[in-house]
Design a protein around this ligand. Structure first.
Ligand code: NDP
Ligand code: OXD
Length: 318
């Protein structure tokens, strides 16, 4: 049986290092809009894989059955005002992406715990200088967002010896991790020395990481000020508040992979804090070949009647 064509509107040029999207698609034909392919008609297209895309494209796909997001977060896809009604949207859930996000989260927690900035500076100046050395079990890390990524990070941080707490919209049950929901937010925050953000961007999470929230975090007896690490979405954080908290010591350090506006403006003060690790939204890039394999697998499930996985709940926005 001929495979149905996948419409592709994602520019993978920078990401196709280890393999191409085609390597994962098992021979499925593709119309690659991002590479300038412009067929006379988009009628008959049942599947579209998108990230940022022209708002009117979907009007030209009367036969569309499924939209696939090229990332785990779907805020960009959902922000399209011309999104067709009633078409299921599948987000990207992938072992490699999950594992790499947990690596980044663990690395940031360890960077702050083991005072990496202090040693980087000391090395630059050829100074032999000691710094306090608490162990992981002295530190409580709270994760806001206990979904696919948050739960994997929680388990790996636990394995490193940290005390781990979790917070999510619906309360989770995780062995060894005390979990909270919205009503327990203050109790959760009051215990966290480090706060990790792994939330999707929705109306409910926009601007949630602000000064009011940071001032509720716990002060560590040795490291003193709390640490904020965000791998979710930048518009969940208020950057003027982060800068002000780093200045007045309400925050002792940050690791930020995501920003209100990306790329982060060269004039942003966040680049220049000694205790800030700044990354260009690279905590866990989608692996292009895995993404191809995933989309092809989901189309096969859909066509065999097995059903799509990881569907976005439009009423929740993630
Ligand atoms: P999931 O949908 O699996 O998990 C989202 C979690 O956030 C769930 O626990 C959910 O609660 C919780 N949540 C959502 N809204 C609220 C709210 N208003 N209040 C409290 N909790 C809430 O997503 P993933 O774990 O797969 O991904 C999380 C985000 O990470 C993505 O949406 C994306 O923005 C970001 N991301 C960033 C990457 C990067 O490179 N920086 C790479 C990949 C993803 P509940 O469990 O109750 O539903
Ligand atoms: C994603 C991302 O959502 O890369 O997958 O940010």
């Amino acid at each position: 049986m001929d495979k149905s064509t996948l419409f592709l509107s994602v520019d993978f040029t920078a990401a196709e290092k280890l393999g191409s999207i085609h390597d994962g698609l098992d021979g499925r034909p593709v119309i690659d809009w991002s590479k300038g392919e412009r067929p006379d008609s988009l009628a008959g297209i049942k599947y579209a894989l998108v990230w940022e895309f022209d708002h009117d494209l979907f009007d030209r796909m009367p036969d569309l059955e499924v939209i696939f997001s090229a990332g785990a977060g779907v805020d960009k896809v959902l922000s399209n005002p011309a999104l067709p009604q009633g078409i299921p949207i599948v987000r990207f859930v992938d072992h490699s992406l999950t594992t790499r996000m947990s690596e980044w989260i663990c690395m940031q927690c360890l960077n702050h715990l083991r005072q990496q900035k202090h040693y980087d500076e000391a090395q630059k100046k050829a100074v032999w200088a000691d710094a306090p050395q608490p162990q992981a079990s002295d530190v409580t890390i709270g994760i806001m967002g206990l979904g696919v990524l948050g739960q994997d990070s929680a388990q790996k941080l636990k394995a490193l010896g940290f005390n781990v707490l979790g917070w999510s919209r619906t309360k989770k049950e995780m062995e060894g991790v005390d979990c909270y929901n919205e009503s327990g937010l203050d109790e959760f925050l009051s215990q966290c020395h480090y706060l990790v953000g792994l939330l999707p961007l929705t109306a409910g999470t926009t601007g949630i990481f602000n000064k009011g929230l940071f001032t509720k975090l716990a002060k560590h007896p040795v490291l003193s000020s709390p640490i904020f690490i965000n791998g979710g979405r930048g518009k969940s954080q208020v950057e003027v508040d982060i800068a002000s908290c780093l200045e007045d010591g309400a925050l002792g350090g940050v690791s930020l992979d995501v920003f209100e506006n990306e790329p982060l403006d060269a004039d942003s003060p966040l680049w220049r804090f000694d205790n800030a690790y700044i990354f260009p939204h690279v905590a866990a890039n989608s692996d292009v070949m895995s993404l191809g394999r995933y989309v092809d697998g989901q189309i096969k499930r859909h066509e065999s009647g097995e059903g799509l996985e990881n569907l976005v709940d439009l009423s929740l926005g993630y």
